[in-house]
Design a binder for this molecule. Structure first.
Ligand SMILES: CCCCCCCCCCCCC/C=C/[C@@H](O)[C@@H](N)CO[C@@H]1O[C@H](CO)[C@@H](O)[C@H](O)[C@H]1O
Length: 496
Protein backbone atom coordinates (compact mmCIF):
# COMPACT_ATOMS: atom_id res chain seq x y z
CA UNK A 1 0.00 0.00 0.00
CA UNK A 2 1.91 3.03 -1.25
CA UNK A 3 -0.46 5.57 0.28
CA UNK A 4 0.66 4.67 3.82
CA UNK A 5 4.01 5.81 5.10
CA UNK A 6 5.38 2.64 6.72
CA UNK A 7 8.19 4.47 8.37
CA UNK A 8 6.11 6.70 10.57
CA UNK A 9 6.84 5.52 14.07
CA UNK A 10 5.46 6.00 17.55
CA UNK A 11 7.96 7.51 20.00
CA UNK A 12 9.80 5.05 22.26
CA UNK A 13 8.21 6.60 25.36
CA UNK A 14 4.67 6.43 23.91
CA UNK A 15 2.56 4.26 26.24
CA UNK A 16 0.78 1.44 24.46
CA UNK A 17 -1.70 -0.36 26.64
CA UNK A 18 -5.10 -1.92 27.09
CA UNK A 19 -7.92 -1.16 29.46
CA UNK A 20 -10.56 -2.88 31.58
CA UNK A 21 -12.87 -1.81 34.42
CA UNK A 22 -13.37 -3.48 37.80
CA UNK A 23 -17.06 -4.28 37.55
CA UNK A 24 -16.72 -5.52 33.99
CA UNK A 25 -14.00 -8.09 34.69
CA UNK A 26 -13.38 -8.81 38.38
CA UNK A 27 -16.37 -10.89 39.47
CA UNK A 28 -16.05 -12.00 43.12
CA UNK A 29 -18.90 -9.62 43.76
CA UNK A 30 -19.43 -10.61 47.42
CA UNK A 31 -16.13 -12.26 48.30
CA UNK A 32 -13.63 -11.22 50.95
CA UNK A 33 -15.67 -8.35 52.33
CA UNK A 34 -16.62 -6.49 49.14
CA UNK A 35 -19.74 -4.34 49.49
CA UNK A 36 -22.62 -4.13 47.01
CA UNK A 37 -22.40 -1.57 44.21
CA UNK A 38 -25.10 -0.04 41.99
CA UNK A 39 -24.53 -2.56 39.19
CA UNK A 40 -24.72 -5.51 41.59
CA UNK A 41 -27.95 -3.99 42.84
CA UNK A 42 -29.38 -3.38 39.39
CA UNK A 43 -28.49 -6.79 37.97
CA UNK A 44 -29.57 -8.78 41.01
CA UNK A 45 -32.83 -7.02 41.83
CA UNK A 46 -34.26 -5.47 38.66
CA UNK A 47 -35.65 -7.94 36.17
CA UNK A 48 -35.36 -7.60 32.41
CA UNK A 49 -32.98 -4.65 32.16
CA UNK A 50 -29.84 -6.46 30.98
CA UNK A 51 -30.14 -7.70 27.39
CA UNK A 52 -29.15 -11.33 28.06
CA UNK A 53 -30.38 -11.29 31.70
CA UNK A 54 -26.79 -11.74 32.84
CA UNK A 55 -24.80 -10.12 35.63
CA UNK A 56 -21.16 -9.66 36.61
CA UNK A 57 -21.13 -11.91 39.68
CA UNK A 58 -18.23 -13.82 38.11
CA UNK A 59 -17.62 -11.91 34.84
CA UNK A 60 -14.10 -12.74 33.59
CA UNK A 61 -13.16 -13.63 37.19
CA UNK A 62 -10.11 -11.40 37.10
CA UNK A 63 -10.21 -11.40 40.91
CA UNK A 64 -8.89 -14.97 40.73
CA UNK A 65 -7.24 -14.71 37.29
CA UNK A 66 -5.15 -11.56 37.74
CA UNK A 67 -1.90 -13.51 37.21
CA UNK A 68 -3.21 -14.74 33.85
CA UNK A 69 -4.24 -11.15 33.01
CA UNK A 70 -0.69 -9.93 33.66
CA UNK A 71 0.57 -12.83 31.55
CA UNK A 72 -1.64 -11.51 28.72
CA UNK A 73 -0.13 -8.03 29.16
CA UNK A 74 3.28 -9.66 28.74
CA UNK A 75 2.11 -11.63 25.70
CA UNK A 76 0.95 -8.39 24.10
CA UNK A 77 4.13 -6.57 25.12
CA UNK A 78 2.14 -3.77 26.75
CA UNK A 79 3.81 -0.73 28.26
CA UNK A 80 0.75 0.06 30.39
CA UNK A 81 -2.52 -1.35 31.66
CA UNK A 82 -5.50 0.80 32.61
CA UNK A 83 -7.81 -0.72 35.19
CA UNK A 84 -10.23 0.64 37.77
CA UNK A 85 -10.58 0.15 41.50
CA UNK A 86 -13.83 -1.14 42.88
CA UNK A 87 -14.79 1.49 45.48
CA UNK A 88 -16.99 -1.06 47.33
CA UNK A 89 -14.20 -3.67 47.39
CA UNK A 90 -11.97 -1.18 49.20
CA UNK A 91 -14.65 0.63 51.24
CA UNK A 92 -17.64 -1.74 51.53
CA UNK A 93 -20.00 0.96 52.81
CA UNK A 94 -18.58 3.68 50.56
CA UNK A 95 -17.32 5.63 53.58
CA UNK A 96 -13.67 5.60 54.58
CA UNK A 97 -14.29 3.38 57.58
CA UNK A 98 -13.99 0.43 57.55
CA UNK A 99 -11.26 -0.16 54.97
CA UNK A 100 -11.34 -3.72 53.63
CA UNK A 101 -7.81 -5.23 53.91
CA UNK A 102 -8.62 -7.95 51.35
CA UNK A 103 -9.54 -5.26 48.80
CA UNK A 104 -6.28 -3.42 49.36
CA UNK A 105 -4.38 -6.73 49.14
CA UNK A 106 -6.00 -7.63 45.80
CA UNK A 107 -4.92 -4.40 44.14
CA UNK A 108 -1.46 -4.56 45.77
CA UNK A 109 -0.97 -8.00 44.27
CA UNK A 110 -2.13 -6.87 40.82
CA UNK A 111 0.05 -3.75 40.85
CA UNK A 112 3.12 -5.62 42.12
CA UNK A 113 2.74 -8.36 39.52
CA UNK A 114 2.53 -5.72 36.77
CA UNK A 115 5.55 -3.83 38.07
CA UNK A 116 7.59 -7.05 38.14
CA UNK A 117 7.30 -6.96 34.37
CA UNK A 118 7.71 -3.22 33.94
CA UNK A 119 4.07 -2.62 33.04
CA UNK A 120 2.85 0.84 34.06
CA UNK A 121 -0.41 0.83 36.05
CA UNK A 122 -2.95 3.50 35.10
CA UNK A 123 -5.71 3.57 37.68
CA UNK A 124 -9.25 4.86 37.25
CA UNK A 125 -10.77 5.58 40.65
CA UNK A 126 -14.37 5.46 39.47
CA UNK A 127 -15.64 3.45 36.52
CA UNK A 128 -19.38 3.52 37.20
CA UNK A 129 -19.66 1.19 40.24
CA UNK A 130 -20.82 3.39 43.12
CA UNK A 131 -21.25 1.61 46.47
CA UNK A 132 -24.99 1.03 46.84
CA UNK A 133 -24.96 2.51 50.35
CA UNK A 134 -23.95 5.87 48.85
CA UNK A 135 -26.60 5.56 46.14
CA UNK A 136 -29.17 5.03 48.89
CA UNK A 137 -28.14 8.49 50.09
CA UNK A 138 -28.60 10.01 46.65
CA UNK A 139 -25.27 9.23 44.97
CA UNK A 140 -24.18 12.01 42.63
CA UNK A 141 -27.22 14.20 43.24
CA UNK A 142 -26.19 14.56 46.89
CA UNK A 143 -23.60 17.37 47.19
CA UNK A 144 -21.82 15.34 49.91
CA UNK A 145 -20.53 13.00 47.18
CA UNK A 146 -17.77 15.58 46.81
CA UNK A 147 -16.38 14.66 50.26
CA UNK A 148 -17.13 10.95 50.00
CA UNK A 149 -15.18 10.76 46.76
CA UNK A 150 -12.24 12.73 48.14
CA UNK A 151 -12.06 10.43 51.19
CA UNK A 152 -12.01 7.39 48.92
CA UNK A 153 -9.41 8.93 46.60
CA UNK A 154 -7.13 9.65 49.56
CA UNK A 155 -7.29 5.99 50.64
CA UNK A 156 -6.26 4.97 47.13
CA UNK A 157 -3.40 7.52 46.89
CA UNK A 158 -2.17 6.52 50.36
CA UNK A 159 -2.15 2.78 49.68
CA UNK A 160 -1.04 2.59 46.05
CA UNK A 161 0.53 5.98 45.21
CA UNK A 162 4.06 4.83 46.02
CA UNK A 163 3.82 2.62 42.90
CA UNK A 164 1.05 4.17 40.79
CA UNK A 165 1.90 7.36 38.92
CA UNK A 166 -1.13 7.79 36.66
CA UNK A 167 -4.49 8.53 38.27
CA UNK A 168 -7.81 9.08 36.52
CA UNK A 169 -10.54 10.35 38.84
CA UNK A 170 -13.63 9.52 36.74
CA UNK A 171 -14.35 7.47 33.67
CA UNK A 172 -16.81 9.24 31.36
CA UNK A 173 -18.85 11.76 33.36
CA UNK A 174 -21.25 11.99 30.42
CA UNK A 175 -22.17 8.33 30.71
CA UNK A 176 -22.41 8.57 34.52
CA UNK A 177 -24.67 11.62 34.48
CA UNK A 178 -26.63 11.57 31.20
CA UNK A 179 -27.16 7.81 31.22
CA UNK A 180 -27.37 7.02 34.94
CA UNK A 181 -29.17 10.09 36.31
CA UNK A 182 -30.80 11.84 33.35
CA UNK A 183 -32.17 8.65 31.79
CA UNK A 184 -32.48 4.96 32.56
CA UNK A 185 -29.70 3.81 30.25
CA UNK A 186 -27.35 2.79 33.05
CA UNK A 187 -27.32 2.20 36.82
CA UNK A 188 -28.74 3.67 38.98
CA UNK A 189 -31.56 4.20 36.39
CA UNK A 190 -32.54 7.42 38.16
CA UNK A 191 -34.28 8.79 35.07
CA UNK A 192 -34.48 12.37 36.35
CA UNK A 193 -34.35 13.98 32.91
CA UNK A 194 -35.03 17.58 33.98
CA UNK A 195 -32.49 17.88 36.81
CA UNK A 196 -30.58 14.64 37.35
CA UNK A 197 -28.01 15.10 34.59
CA UNK A 198 -27.07 18.63 35.61
CA UNK A 199 -26.95 18.07 39.38
CA UNK A 200 -24.76 15.04 38.79
CA UNK A 201 -22.51 17.02 36.42
CA UNK A 202 -21.86 19.80 38.91
CA UNK A 203 -21.22 17.51 41.88
CA UNK A 204 -19.05 15.14 39.85
CA UNK A 205 -16.86 18.03 38.68
CA UNK A 206 -16.44 19.28 42.24
CA UNK A 207 -15.66 15.74 43.42
CA UNK A 208 -13.03 15.45 40.68
CA UNK A 209 -11.50 18.78 41.70
CA UNK A 210 -11.39 17.77 45.37
CA UNK A 211 -9.56 14.54 44.55
CA UNK A 212 -7.20 16.38 42.19
CA UNK A 213 -6.32 19.02 44.80
CA UNK A 214 -5.91 16.36 47.50
CA UNK A 215 -3.38 14.64 45.25
CA UNK A 216 -1.65 17.90 44.34
CA UNK A 217 -1.40 19.18 47.90
CA UNK A 218 -0.75 16.04 49.91
CA UNK A 219 0.67 13.34 47.65
CA UNK A 220 2.17 14.61 44.40
CA UNK A 221 5.32 16.10 45.91
CA UNK A 222 6.58 12.82 47.32
CA UNK A 223 4.79 10.38 45.00
CA UNK A 224 5.58 12.24 41.78
CA UNK A 225 2.58 11.12 39.70
CA UNK A 226 -0.13 12.80 37.62
CA UNK A 227 -3.87 13.10 38.02
CA UNK A 228 -6.46 13.70 35.30
CA UNK A 229 -9.95 12.75 34.19
CA UNK A 230 -11.30 10.69 31.28
CA UNK A 231 -14.14 12.12 29.19
CA UNK A 232 -15.87 10.40 26.26
CA UNK A 233 -15.29 12.61 23.25
CA UNK A 234 -17.00 11.47 20.09
CA UNK A 235 -16.81 13.51 16.90
CA UNK A 236 -19.85 15.60 15.96
CA UNK A 237 -19.83 16.90 12.42
CA UNK A 238 -22.33 19.36 10.90
CA UNK A 239 -24.65 17.51 8.48
CA UNK A 240 -24.22 20.38 5.97
CA UNK A 241 -22.07 23.50 5.97
CA UNK A 242 -25.07 25.75 6.63
CA UNK A 243 -24.65 28.06 9.62
CA UNK A 244 -27.43 26.47 11.68
CA UNK A 245 -25.97 22.96 11.29
CA UNK A 246 -22.49 24.22 12.16
CA UNK A 247 -23.93 25.80 15.31
CA UNK A 248 -25.94 22.66 16.08
CA UNK A 249 -22.74 20.59 15.96
CA UNK A 250 -20.97 23.07 18.24
CA UNK A 251 -23.86 22.96 20.73
CA UNK A 252 -23.79 19.16 20.66
CA UNK A 253 -20.09 19.17 21.53
CA UNK A 254 -20.83 21.51 24.41
CA UNK A 255 -23.70 19.33 25.71
CA UNK A 256 -22.02 15.98 25.19
CA UNK A 257 -18.47 16.57 26.42
CA UNK A 258 -18.01 20.34 26.86
CA UNK A 259 -20.19 20.20 29.97
CA UNK A 260 -17.32 18.36 31.65
CA UNK A 261 -14.27 19.53 29.69
CA UNK A 262 -14.91 23.27 29.66
CA UNK A 263 -15.02 23.79 33.46
CA UNK A 264 -11.71 21.93 33.87
CA UNK A 265 -9.65 22.66 30.75
CA UNK A 266 -10.78 26.06 29.45
CA UNK A 267 -9.00 29.25 30.42
CA UNK A 268 -12.24 30.83 31.65
CA UNK A 269 -13.74 27.86 33.49
CA UNK A 270 -17.44 27.29 34.08
CA UNK A 271 -19.99 25.45 31.95
CA UNK A 272 -19.91 26.00 28.16
CA UNK A 273 -21.36 29.35 27.20
CA UNK A 274 -23.81 28.69 24.34
CA UNK A 275 -25.23 25.58 25.91
CA UNK A 276 -25.63 27.25 29.34
CA UNK A 277 -27.54 30.07 27.65
CA UNK A 278 -29.75 27.57 25.86
CA UNK A 279 -30.63 25.71 29.10
CA UNK A 280 -31.25 28.99 30.91
CA UNK A 281 -33.65 30.14 28.18
CA UNK A 282 -35.52 26.84 28.00
CA UNK A 283 -35.78 26.71 31.80
CA UNK A 284 -37.26 30.22 31.83
CA UNK A 285 -39.72 29.36 29.04
CA UNK A 286 -40.72 26.26 31.03
CA UNK A 287 -41.56 28.42 34.04
CA UNK A 288 -38.59 27.67 36.26
CA UNK A 289 -37.24 30.54 38.34
CA UNK A 290 -33.64 29.47 37.72
CA UNK A 291 -31.74 27.56 35.05
CA UNK A 292 -31.96 23.79 35.55
CA UNK A 293 -28.20 23.79 34.98
CA UNK A 294 -26.82 24.97 38.35
CA UNK A 295 -23.95 27.42 37.84
CA UNK A 296 -20.72 27.26 39.84
CA UNK A 297 -20.11 30.11 42.26
CA UNK A 298 -16.86 32.05 41.81
CA UNK A 299 -14.90 29.95 44.26
CA UNK A 300 -16.12 26.64 42.81
CA UNK A 301 -15.34 27.78 39.27
CA UNK A 302 -11.81 28.63 40.30
CA UNK A 303 -11.42 25.33 42.20
CA UNK A 304 -12.40 23.22 39.17
CA UNK A 305 -10.59 25.26 36.50
CA UNK A 306 -7.12 23.86 35.81
CA UNK A 307 -7.65 20.73 37.94
CA UNK A 308 -5.73 18.43 35.60
CA UNK A 309 -2.32 17.11 34.68
CA UNK A 310 -3.68 15.42 31.55
CA UNK A 311 -6.88 14.86 29.56
CA UNK A 312 -7.94 11.22 29.13
CA UNK A 313 -9.98 10.78 25.96
CA UNK A 314 -12.28 7.82 25.32
CA UNK A 315 -13.12 7.89 21.66
CA UNK A 316 -15.15 5.46 19.59
CA UNK A 317 -17.20 7.02 16.81
CA UNK A 318 -18.95 10.04 15.23
CA UNK A 319 -22.36 11.45 14.36
CA UNK A 320 -23.59 13.98 11.80
CA UNK A 321 -25.59 16.74 13.43
CA UNK A 322 -28.46 18.71 11.94
CA UNK A 323 -30.40 21.67 13.33
CA UNK A 324 -33.64 20.58 11.69
CA UNK A 325 -33.53 17.00 10.29
CA UNK A 326 -33.21 13.53 11.86
CA UNK A 327 -34.98 14.47 15.08
CA UNK A 328 -36.62 11.84 17.30
CA UNK A 329 -39.02 12.02 20.24
CA UNK A 330 -37.36 13.45 23.34
CA UNK A 331 -38.65 13.95 26.86
CA UNK A 332 -39.44 17.52 27.97
CA UNK A 333 -37.60 18.88 29.88
CA UNK A 334 -34.34 16.97 29.34
CA UNK A 335 -30.81 17.58 28.09
CA UNK A 336 -31.85 16.20 24.69
CA UNK A 337 -34.70 18.69 24.52
CA UNK A 338 -32.44 21.51 25.74
CA UNK A 339 -30.03 20.67 22.95
CA UNK A 340 -32.72 20.07 20.34
CA UNK A 341 -30.65 18.74 17.43
CA UNK A 342 -31.04 15.84 15.02
CA UNK A 343 -28.32 13.25 14.49
CA UNK A 344 -27.45 10.23 12.33
CA UNK A 345 -24.61 7.98 11.22
CA UNK A 346 -24.24 7.46 7.46
CA UNK A 347 -25.14 3.94 6.31
CA UNK A 348 -21.81 3.40 4.56
CA UNK A 349 -19.80 3.64 7.81
CA UNK A 350 -18.80 0.06 8.75
CA UNK A 351 -20.87 -1.19 11.68
CA UNK A 352 -19.94 -3.17 14.78
CA UNK A 353 -22.03 -5.28 17.13
CA UNK A 354 -23.00 -2.14 19.09
CA UNK A 355 -25.82 -0.08 17.58
CA UNK A 356 -23.97 3.19 18.27
CA UNK A 357 -20.50 2.18 17.14
CA UNK A 358 -19.56 2.72 13.50
CA UNK A 359 -16.13 3.24 11.98
CA UNK A 360 -16.24 6.91 11.03
CA UNK A 361 -13.48 8.33 8.84
CA UNK A 362 -10.77 10.16 10.82
CA UNK A 363 -13.02 10.71 13.81
CA UNK A 364 -10.23 10.23 16.35
CA UNK A 365 -8.04 12.79 14.59
CA UNK A 366 -10.91 15.28 14.29
CA UNK A 367 -12.01 14.91 17.92
CA UNK A 368 -8.57 15.33 19.47
CA UNK A 369 -7.55 18.09 17.07
CA UNK A 370 -10.69 19.97 18.11
CA UNK A 371 -9.76 19.56 21.80
CA UNK A 372 -6.18 20.61 21.08
CA UNK A 373 -7.37 23.83 19.43
CA UNK A 374 -9.67 24.67 22.34
CA UNK A 375 -7.24 23.63 25.04
CA UNK A 376 -3.69 24.17 23.73
CA UNK A 377 -0.73 22.70 25.66
CA UNK A 378 -2.85 19.95 27.21
CA UNK A 379 -1.36 16.44 27.38
CA UNK A 380 -3.68 13.75 25.99
CA UNK A 381 -3.89 10.04 26.71
CA UNK A 382 -6.32 8.02 24.61
CA UNK A 383 -7.70 5.97 27.46
CA UNK A 384 -10.21 3.93 25.41
CA UNK A 385 -10.71 3.13 21.76
CA UNK A 386 -12.11 -0.13 20.48
CA UNK A 387 -14.54 -2.21 18.48
CA UNK A 388 -17.24 -4.73 19.32
CA UNK A 389 -18.07 -8.09 17.79
CA UNK A 390 -20.95 -10.42 18.61
CA UNK A 391 -20.81 -13.26 21.13
CA UNK A 392 -20.15 -15.91 18.45
CA UNK A 393 -16.75 -17.46 19.02
CA UNK A 394 -14.94 -15.95 16.02
CA UNK A 395 -11.26 -15.26 16.50
CA UNK A 396 -10.60 -13.73 13.09
CA UNK A 397 -11.75 -10.19 13.89
CA UNK A 398 -10.67 -8.35 10.76
CA UNK A 399 -13.05 -5.44 11.35
CA UNK A 400 -11.46 -4.81 14.76
CA UNK A 401 -8.02 -4.96 13.14
CA UNK A 402 -9.08 -2.41 10.50
CA UNK A 403 -10.57 -0.17 13.20
CA UNK A 404 -7.45 -0.10 15.39
CA UNK A 405 -5.15 0.40 12.41
CA UNK A 406 -7.21 3.36 11.19
CA UNK A 407 -7.34 4.89 14.67
CA UNK A 408 -3.61 4.48 15.18
CA UNK A 409 -2.90 6.11 11.80
CA UNK A 410 -4.93 9.03 13.20
CA UNK A 411 -2.70 9.06 16.29
CA UNK A 412 0.37 9.29 14.06
CA UNK A 413 -1.30 12.16 12.20
CA UNK A 414 -1.90 13.93 15.51
CA UNK A 415 1.70 13.45 16.61
CA UNK A 416 2.89 14.78 13.27
CA UNK A 417 0.65 17.83 13.71
CA UNK A 418 2.32 18.53 17.06
CA UNK A 419 -0.47 17.36 19.38
CA UNK A 420 0.87 16.02 22.65
CA UNK A 421 -0.62 12.51 22.71
CA UNK A 422 1.30 10.33 25.13
CA UNK A 423 -0.51 7.02 25.09
CA UNK A 424 -3.15 4.75 23.56
CA UNK A 425 -5.15 2.16 25.52
CA UNK A 426 -7.06 -0.32 23.36
CA UNK A 427 -10.47 -1.20 24.78
CA UNK A 428 -10.55 -3.84 25.85
CA UNK A 429 -7.84 -6.31 26.77
CA UNK A 430 -10.36 -9.10 27.36
CA UNK A 431 -14.09 -9.59 26.78
CA UNK A 432 -16.15 -8.36 29.69
CA UNK A 433 -19.59 -7.53 31.06
CA UNK A 434 -20.80 -4.83 28.66
CA UNK A 435 -23.24 -3.11 31.05
CA UNK A 436 -26.86 -3.15 29.76
CA UNK A 437 -25.76 -5.35 26.85
CA UNK A 438 -24.49 -8.09 29.17
CA UNK A 439 -22.17 -10.45 27.29
CA UNK A 440 -23.79 -9.91 23.87
CA UNK A 441 -21.14 -7.40 22.74
CA UNK A 442 -17.46 -8.30 22.93
CA UNK A 443 -14.71 -5.68 22.92
CA UNK A 444 -11.75 -7.89 23.83
CA UNK A 445 -8.51 -8.42 21.96
CA UNK A 446 -8.83 -11.73 23.82
CA UNK A 447 -11.98 -13.82 23.72
CA UNK A 448 -13.24 -14.97 27.12
CA UNK A 449 -15.21 -18.19 27.42
CA UNK A 450 -17.87 -17.19 29.94
CA UNK A 451 -19.15 -20.78 30.02
CA UNK A 452 -15.89 -22.27 31.25
CA UNK A 453 -15.23 -22.23 35.01
CA UNK A 454 -11.66 -21.06 34.25
CA UNK A 455 -12.95 -18.20 32.08
CA UNK A 456 -10.38 -19.24 29.46
CA UNK A 457 -8.85 -16.36 27.53
CA UNK A 458 -7.90 -16.87 23.85
CA UNK A 459 -6.18 -14.26 21.66
CA UNK A 460 -8.06 -12.97 18.64
CA UNK A 461 -6.26 -11.96 15.45
CA UNK A 462 -6.37 -8.34 16.68
CA UNK A 463 -4.21 -9.33 19.67
CA UNK A 464 -1.43 -10.50 17.34
CA UNK A 465 -1.72 -7.39 15.18
CA UNK A 466 -1.71 -5.04 18.20
CA UNK A 467 1.32 -6.87 19.61
CA UNK A 468 3.15 -6.36 16.31
CA UNK A 469 2.38 -2.62 16.36
CA UNK A 470 3.45 -2.24 20.00
CA UNK A 471 6.69 -4.10 19.42
CA UNK A 472 7.67 -2.39 16.20
CA UNK A 473 6.26 1.05 17.03
CA UNK A 474 4.75 1.32 13.58
CA UNK A 475 1.71 0.07 11.70
CA UNK A 476 2.31 -2.44 8.96
CA UNK A 477 -1.00 -2.51 7.03
CA UNK A 478 -0.01 -5.78 5.37
CA UNK A 479 1.03 -7.68 8.47
CA UNK A 480 -0.73 -11.03 8.75
CA UNK A 481 -0.05 -13.10 11.88
CA UNK A 482 1.51 -16.45 10.92
CA UNK A 483 0.46 -18.29 14.06
CA UNK A 484 -2.46 -18.66 16.41
CA UNK A 485 -0.22 -19.59 19.30
CA UNK A 486 0.55 -16.63 21.53
CA UNK A 487 3.86 -16.50 23.37
CA UNK A 488 5.72 -14.09 25.60
CA UNK A 489 8.62 -12.69 23.60
CA UNK A 490 11.93 -13.65 25.18
CA UNK A 491 14.28 -10.88 26.21
CA UNK A 492 11.64 -8.31 25.52
CA UNK A 493 10.97 -7.53 29.16
CA UNK A 494 13.61 -6.19 31.46
CA UNK A 495 13.00 -6.69 35.12
CA UNK A 496 13.30 -3.44 37.02
C1 LIG B 1 -27.41 15.36 24.67
C2 LIG B 1 -28.00 14.64 23.50
C3 LIG B 1 -27.15 14.74 22.32
C4 LIG B 1 -27.58 14.01 21.12
C5 LIG B 1 -26.54 14.12 20.12
C6 LIG B 1 -26.21 12.91 19.40
C7 LIG B 1 -25.22 12.02 20.05
C8 LIG B 1 -25.73 10.73 20.40
C9 LIG B 1 -24.78 10.11 21.33
C10 LIG B 1 -25.30 8.85 21.84
C11 LIG B 1 -24.23 8.07 22.47
C12 LIG B 1 -24.64 6.69 22.67
C13 LIG B 1 -23.66 5.66 22.94
C14 LIG B 1 -22.36 6.02 23.50
C15 LIG B 1 -21.64 5.11 24.04
C16 LIG B 1 -20.24 5.29 24.53
O1 LIG B 1 -19.90 6.58 24.80
C17 LIG B 1 -19.98 4.41 25.71
N1 LIG B 1 -20.45 3.06 25.61
C18 LIG B 1 -18.55 4.42 26.02
O2 LIG B 1 -18.33 3.74 27.25
C19 LIG B 1 -17.15 3.02 27.32
O3 LIG B 1 -17.22 2.15 26.30
C20 LIG B 1 -17.01 0.76 26.43
C21 LIG B 1 -17.72 0.09 25.28
O4 LIG B 1 -19.08 0.42 25.29
C22 LIG B 1 -17.46 0.29 27.80
O5 LIG B 1 -17.25 -1.09 27.91
C23 LIG B 1 -16.66 1.06 28.82
O6 LIG B 1 -16.90 0.60 30.11
C24 LIG B 1 -16.99 2.52 28.74
O7 LIG B 1 -16.01 3.26 29.43
Amino acid sequence: DVSVNHWRRFPEDFLFGCGTAAHQVEGAWHLDGKGENIWDHLTHFTIGKIKDKSNAKIAADSYHNYMRDVEIMRELGLDAYRFSLSWARILPTGFNNPVNPAGIAYYNNLIDEMLTYNITPIITLYHWDLPQKLQDLGGFVNPLIVNWFEDYARIAFMNFGNRVKHWITFNEPREICHDGYGSANKAPLLNSAAFGTYLCAKHLLLAHANAYHAYKNDFQRHQGGQCGITISVHWFEPATNQTEDVFAAELTKQAEWGLYAEPIFSAKGGFPKDFSKRVAKKSKDQGYSKSRLPEFNKQEKHWVRGSYDFFGVNHYTAWKISATEYKYYVEVPSIRHDLDVGFYQPKDWPSSASSWLKRAPNSLFNAIMDLHKRYPNVIFYITENGWSTTATHVLTDDKRVAYHRAALENVLDLLEAGVNVKGYMAWSMIDSFEWMEGYTERFGLYHVDFNSPARTRTPRKSAFVYKHIVKNRHIDPNYEPKTKIMTIDKGYYLLT
